[in-house]
Design a protein around this ligand. Sequence first.
Ligand code: ADP
Ligand code: ZN
Ligand code: ZN
Length: 667
Amino acid sequence: MKNTLPILQLAIPTPLRRFFDYLPPKSYDLTQLKPGMRLKVPFGRRELTGIFIRNVETSTVPEGKLKQALAVLDTEPVIPTDILELATKAANYYQHPIGEVLLGILPTELRQGKPLPEITPAEAENENILAETPLSLNPAQADALSHLITFIDHFTVTLLHGVTGSGKTEVYLQAIEHCLKQQKQILVLVPEIGLTPQLLQRFRARFTAPIVAIHSGMTNKSRLTAWLKAKSGEAKIIIGTRSAVFTPLNNLGMIIVDEEHDLSFKQQDGFHYHARDVAILRASQKNIPIVLGSATPSLETLQNARTERYHLKKLPERAGLAMRPTFHLIDVRNQTLEQGLSKELIAAIEQHLKEDNQVMLFLNRRGYAPILLCHSCGWMATCSRCDMRMTWHRKAGYLLCHHCDKQTKVPSQCKQCGGKTLQAAGQGTEQLEETLSFLFPDYPIERIDRDSTRRKGEMEKAFARIQSGEARILTGTQMLAKGHHFPNVTLVAIVDADGGFFSADFRALERMGQQVLQVAGRAGRAEKPGTVMIQTHHPDHPLLYQLLNEGYAAFSDSLLQERAKIILPPFTYFALFRAEANQLEKADAFLKHIRDTIAIKHPIQIMGPIPAPIPRRAGRYRAQLLLQSTTRPALQNTLKKYMPDIENLRSGKKVRWSLDVDPLEIG
Ligand code: ADP
Ligand code: ZN
Ligand code: ZN
């Protein structure tokens, strides 16, 4: 219907995948309104902040029913055009409601409708951008750098595949230096907040240019300040975690994604985007280079390098004086273990400690024991809301469900037979720490996992004790494995490498390989040579053998061949609908309706609904439906075509559901 006043199309933070039409606020000069500016609007009984997208002439809303916006909140866009375009593309690709996406990428204050703070103009440019002299590069580093510089004005994706300690960061630094000389900004994405301080330190030591960090561990205020500095162009280097990929930057020259294989780049709830992939989109939109760095690249990225969509640059050797660690498999079959530790490993720990070095033991299971078992009848303590086993946290004195966080008292007797002998089965980091302090009472131990670092500042303190050499035995979960540089660690042990061999997830072996090498990368980072010991029940596993003897490239080649043979990603494309409800039937019914709605068959295949890997969590029943397609466009088109219908399914109102495009965990 034609309207006399222009109609404003806005993105509003609601779960609906569409824009909303409003009339302009009273007496507002519409020539001032630009896409990306915020408006306050009535929405139902609430007032919400929306983002102006465009003017339209007609609306599907009848003329008399159009509501009027209350106020325009900005005099300039809070979301610049390029970010508006990027976020819209991402919202379309991941099929997430545009309003939630656009409001979600804003700093909290701005999302809440608070005014955009004034920014004082940036100080004069510092002529000398270097605060220290760069290292002289080895031939592989020099080759990688000159490649990056050659392509500095074009969109190119380069995979920098370098073993841990091969000097990837030094290559980044020198490529950044090149961009800084051209007055450009550089966006660096890292997986973990924990890694930001270390990287920040290194960047600050190198450059005089303003550097800001952007991550979720910051206060809203400091995050907003960093965001504003980035947007205005004052900050030259922006280091951030996942969500920083949407930071407005007025003069972006290059993007670096460090540890590109890391799972935390993928948002696991709500807007299921992958920051690496959005970063690639952003680089292509800006026609600038992007570097993906990793010692253990994801199979998706490797496949893109194989098909030459990405450039590949390798750094095969450790830089400086550090040498490749030696690997040693320990066959634990038929061995009597001392609380999970073999004699051989215990002897090695002792020796390395006597030589004044640090040792690191890695176990990817927190708590004291993953199972509390009745010795008389075999009953195991399970969570009443999840049907999953409860983990015994002995120090804290409770059983904890790692799936829904339910806590219960430790039972004094078996719930099935009344037997009094309940015992721990399996080992977590808490127990490993106890065992180690019993075996090596003279050496201070530092445990790093989610339990030991819960309180603010604990993690920093623990890492400081490790750096200073005060802690001699380091133990923990994968938190310990990521990125850190501990020069005095000479022995790294993987207490139990077998998890990857019997997981239902097809990516489990890829993850196992990545984890083994990431952990191994902590050994012998400086002049002292490193040893890596791996305890396993599968010492003859061909892929484990290949990983340790031929390296990650050969290992990942084998995995890719296998995936190609059985047609799994990256040789096919997935989208996963997840639904949960208080009854399984409700979740199932909704997913069946989705299945029936999607009428297209070839080349789309639909599997399910089937129960989720954790079929019940926090009292809710969970099921999933998997869409598979041999091409990405076919999958995209199908989703685009049917999502409006799916969104309107009445059975969907009774369940909590989500769609995950390119899911990393199909569980
Ligand atoms: P990565 O990022 O691949 O793990 P880094 O860049 O952190 O590797 O380098 C590992 C170590 O080697 C660091 O201590 C770094 O200072 C040193 N290093 C890197 N490049 C060189 C070089 N060309 N010459 C000497 N030392 C180097
Ligand atoms: Zn019992
Ligand atoms: Zn539970």
